[in-house]
Design a protein around this ligand. Structure first.
Ligand code: AMP
Length: 181
């Protein structure tokens, strides 16, 4: 019997308790990425709503968003924008501070990575509090991008990230959810 997408994804994601800090259940997608069928199905499902529409760029958040975002960009014949931790990008950047589930940090993108009016999809593996994705969305909008959607394999709905992005007018799409954090 063909297993449902949700089953395939849920069984391919590994949970590591107390990583990187006590009390965190780390949802590890390296096992999903290592499973050819699960990886393909996740990417196909994230691409699906946009097949045939014009998407200029996929913006991926370091580091797991690069892996998913690269595959999605290829499928949609879109360009790829890396959104990176500060100090990693070689050319002129725009920078934003953001809060995440376990700390504070800054992220950057190249100033010339997106042109005003370009249609961009933001990609990461997981949305928790939404702080990371909100920071990335601010950078993209600051440079004039139209954020068509933000998409994630995993949602942690109890942490409210989806609502936080939707309040900014960013439509959110996720494939599976885990309770708690
Ligand atoms: P947030 O900014 O709180 O939405 O956190 C999202 C970012 O942190 C993403 O880049 C995730 O990869 C990572 N992250 C946060 N919580 C977890 C978790 N429980 N398991 C795996 N990754 C997480």
């Amino acid at each position: 019997m063909k297993s449902s997408l949700e089953d395939t994804l849920l069984t391919s994601i590994r949970t590591i308790p107390d990583y990187p800090k006590p009390g965190i259940l780390f949802r590890d997608i390296t096992t999903l990425l290592g499973d050819a069928r699960a990886f393909r199905r996740a990417v196909d499902e994230l691409v699906h709503p946009w097949a045939g529409s014009k998407i200029d760029k996929i913006a991926g958040i370091e580091a797991r968003g690069f892996i998913l975002g690269g595959a999605i960009a290829h499928q949609l014949s879109a360009g790829f924008i890396p959104i990176r931790k500060k100090g990693k990008l070689p050319h002129e950047t725009v920078r934003v501070a953001y809060s995440l589930e376990y700390g504070l940090d800054e992220m950057e993108m190249h100033k010339d990575a997106v042109k005003p009016g370009e249609r961009v999809i933001l990609v990461d593996d997981l949305i928790a509090t939404g702080g990371t994705a909100e920071g990335a969305a601010k950078l993209l909008r600051h440079m004039g991008a139209e954020i068509v959607s933000a998409c994630f394999v995993i949602d942690l709905p109890d942490l409210g990230g989806r609502a936080r992005l939707e309040a900014l007018g960013v439509p959110v799409r996720t494939l599976v959810a885990f309770e708690g954090h």
